[in-house]
Structures are given as C-alpha cells and as structure tokens.
Design a protein around this ligand. Sequence first.
Ligand SMILES: Cc1ncc(COP(=O)(O)O)c(C=O)c1O
Length: 391
Amino acid sequence: MTYNPSRRLFLGGSLATTALGASGIIAPMSLASAAPASANKIYYGPKPGIAKLNANENPYGPSPEAIKAITEAASSGGAYYAYTAGMYLTDMIAEQNNLQRENVSITAGSSLILAFAAYAATSKGVILGPDLFWDTTSMAPISQGGPSIRRIPNTADLDIDLEALYNAIDSDVAMVHICNPNNPTGKILDPKKLREFCIKASKKTLVLVDEAYNELMEDGPKHSMIPLINEGHNVIVARTFSKIYGLAGMRIGYMLGSEDNMTWINKYGLGGYSINQAGLAAAITSYNDESFKSFSREKVVEAKDMIMTAVKENGLAALPSSTNFVFVDLGDRGDANAFQKAMANYDVHIRGQYRTYQLWSRVSTGRIEHVQMYVDAMPKALDDMHKAIKA
Ligand SMILES: Cc1ncc(COP(=O)(O)O)c(C=O)c1O
C-alpha cells in the first residue's frame, strides 16, 4: 500500500494509532506510574509515594486560579462544545504575539498539531531533524508507511548542529524539525544563530521550531522564533500549556504560523474538536499569570540545583539545562535502562535510554519532596547497579 496520509484525516486516526498506541488509548510510557485498572481507587496523578520524574510535567500546577476556572467551566460549559472559549484563547494568543487568529491553531496538547504537521510534511517529502530531539510526533507517520526522519548527528556536546542540518536540506526535505530548548538534552541554541538558520533554511523548506519549554527561561522571549512568522518567513512554532503552566493533564497546546501553513496543516486533523472547556478555562486563566509562572520557575531552579548537586556528589556529570529536566551522564557507572530500573526500586520513576545514548539518563524536576527522593535514592541505586554488574 502506498503512503497517503490524507486518507487518514480524522481525529483519533493518525495520531491515535501511533503516539497513543495501537488501541488508540495511551502509550505505555505514560502509564508508568498509574494504578492498575483493577484497583478500587482511581488516581489522576501518580500514586502517593511515587516520585514521578519521567515526563517533564510541572506538578505545582494547575494554579489555584486555574482550578477555580476548571470547576466553573465544567459546571457551566461541560455540556457544550468549546467553540467560544476556543476562539477566546485563540484571540488572546494572537494578540500577545502580534498575529491574527488565522495564524493560531489550538489542539488538545501540542502533540496533536505537531503530528498534523508531520503528516502534512510527509505528504510532500521527508522530515529532517537532529539525531536527538523530541521526535515522537515526527515519527508518527512512519507507522502509516510514511518516511523515516532524516537525522543529522548532534555535535560532541550534544548540541543541534545547525550548519550540518542546513547543508542536509535538499529537494526531498519537506520540513526541518527543531526543538529549542531541546528534549532530552535540555540545551538551548544561541538565539542569533538559530534565527539566522531559520531565515536561511526557510527559504528552502518549512522550518518547525518546537518551543515547549520556552517559558521556563526567564529570557524566553529572546529565544523565541515567533517574530519570524510576522516577518513572513516559512516558519511554524509550537507551544504548550503542559510545561510551565502545569496543565499537562488538561491538554491544551498550539501552533503559530502563516495562514496558509495553518490551513494546510489543519487539513490533517480536526484539532478544533479536540479541545475541551476545562482545559481552555485553565489555559485562559494561566496564560498571563506571571506570578504562577515565576513561582514555577523558582521551583524548577531549586529542583535543578538539588539534582546538579547530587550528580556531582555521586561523581557524575550533567548537561546544563534550560528546561525542567536534566540529562545526566552516567559515565562508567552503568546504563540508563539499568539506572531507571534501579531507581524504580526506590519508587523514583525516571526515563530510560534514548536512541543510542546508552549512558545518558533524563530526570524531570518535580515536587521538591520527590526530587529529594531522587537525590536520596541515587547513591543506593548506583551501588545496586554496581553490585549487580559484579555478581
Ligand atoms: C519538546 C516537546 N514538545 C511537545 C511535547 C508534548 O507536549 P503536549 O503535552 O503539549 O502534547 C513534549 C512533551 O514532553 C515535548 O517535550
């Protein structure tokens, strides 16, 4: 069968069979700390006692104001489709970014619109990206017979190699996918260099910049590529309410781009039907809540300091992080999958190996008491791994 993504254009079709698993429900990774279905009590967050540090959430959210808005929206709007609130948030985002509502597409989390973009791009050619980036959505078309991502090695420091990416753009490339700050490295690109790259590269192909973690940086606006959209470059930018806003479970994200790009990408899924009143209420209330954002940033900095100190005290190293997670180099102490298992024995859930980066382990910041569990468990888990290797 030939690959034709436009035959799968309905919500829950394309992405549901890929990122969300063949059953269309949810990927096992996301269920790492969920209670079994047979349990009497349902936990909406991690089970008490579990330090869930594997998905870069902000467990200090939703803000108290957002929780009030969620309650209000569920009771007065839960019976209705969310068109009005959806347009309200669309206009808020457009206004804040000096764009028009036609330049904004909101979906249930940014993963959805990112996947639509991947389906749109792969209907024309291949997606080009670094070896290491958050590739889930650009991989989504593969399970439908679409092309694999064309990958360019990261630099020795695990940065994105912009020059090599640029040189790899040929007529087969339909989209370049960049994550900035990057996941799982946590590293940020020089904004001047990225801007130059986007301007040059977008003359040859569409450039997607995923800025999911932008607001975690004090100087986020300096790093954003959103102004390039207004300047008329062929650039699209994704943002999410899942990170700094602490609303990962409320599922609101968005993409910004030219009207033509938004119209084209939206043909690959029914994003407007994916949004919900409670998520919108939380997002609308949180969007300009500077005090909650500052509070979240402070908690992330505190947690990262704790992680960095533990890393050093245990003789390990880590990359500098502009995000709410840290990429830790386990060196000769073992591999990321073994470390993940060893930490789980102490109820600390972190990420396992990424691609071929066997010795690199990613941990998210979380509630300070959960980060303390990571810090306390680290020497014990490393010791357990050492004993297991010797045995
Ligand atoms: C870089 C990046 N983009 C997007 C997402 C997905 O976020 P959302 O919850 O908006 O679907 C993630 C999730 O971790 C991410 O790391």
